[in-house]
Design a protein around this ligand. Structure first.
Ligand code: 3PG
Length: 214
């Protein structure tokens, strides 16, 4: 693909959703009921992290669910990006900025959201033609104060802050004009996934969706 795949494409894929549940799914059997719970809670997208052996299969199952735009997270190499897209990923998220991952995603025509934690990394992302980045790990970097300070010199950039954000903090981020969406695992914590507590995942998701629209 010739042109850059930018934040506008990501916003399109997310269909205006401003919440990105980040999932680390322990077992492939969890994928179906988890997709049901997230969709029933009102989520419109989800990120399946490549941190578990079954991540690709989970992604495939969740992508086939149809009710969610499912992307891949913790993508560290171009090869992982290829596998993610083959499994149905509609977008790719990385904890850091890697030119090869970004270039491969561009060739594959899939929006990519690399993580940045400094102005220098952000400038490298801009140089690569991107206009949307993940601020990671947002809370450890200083939360809203860090986001505002980093956003100030880069008026065209949109951020997806992720890392340490929960229900009590999400609205503050969403109120920032520079924030496209907020990501986090608090809607589907591993402890609930381990227990198979999908009712609680649905409740946490619905609570977050409600907070994101008020
Ligand atoms: C990620 O991969 O984006 C983060 O691990 C999610 O961060 P959180 O678990 O603190 O929400």
């Amino acid at each position: 693909m010739a042109g850059p795949v930018t934040g506008a494409d990501l916003a399109g894929v997310l269909a205006g959703a401003r919440l990105l549940p980040v999932l680390t799914v322990p077992s492939t059997a969890t994928a179906g009921p988890l997709a049901d719970a997230l969709a029933a809670g009102g989520a419109r997208c989800a990120e399946v992290t490549f941190r578990t052996p079954g991540a690709e299969r989970v992604l495939k199952t969740m992508a086939a669910h149809g009710g969610l735009a499912v992307g891949a997270g913790t993508v560290l190499t171009p090869e992982q990006a290829e596998r993610a897209v083959a499994a149905g990923a509609r977008f790719v998220v990385s904890p850091g900025f890697d030119e090869d991952v970004v270039a491969r995603c561009r060739e594959l025509g899939v929006p990519v959201v690399p993580g940045i934690a400094t102005a220098t990394e952000l400038m490298r992302a801009l140089k690569a033609g991107l206009d949307t980045v993940k601020l990671f790990p947002a809370e450890s970097l200083g939360g809203l104060r860090a986001l505002r300070a980093l956003a100030a010199p880069f008026p065209g950039v949109r951020f997806v802050p992720t890392g340490g954000i929960d229900a009590s903090r999400m609205a503050g981020y969403l109120a920032e004009p520079a924030v496209l969406a907020v990501g986090g695992s608090w809607m589907a914590p591993v402890a609930h996934l381990d227990k198979g507590d999908y009712a609680e995942i649905r409740r946490l998701t619905a609570d977050a969706v409600e907070r994101s629209t008020t």
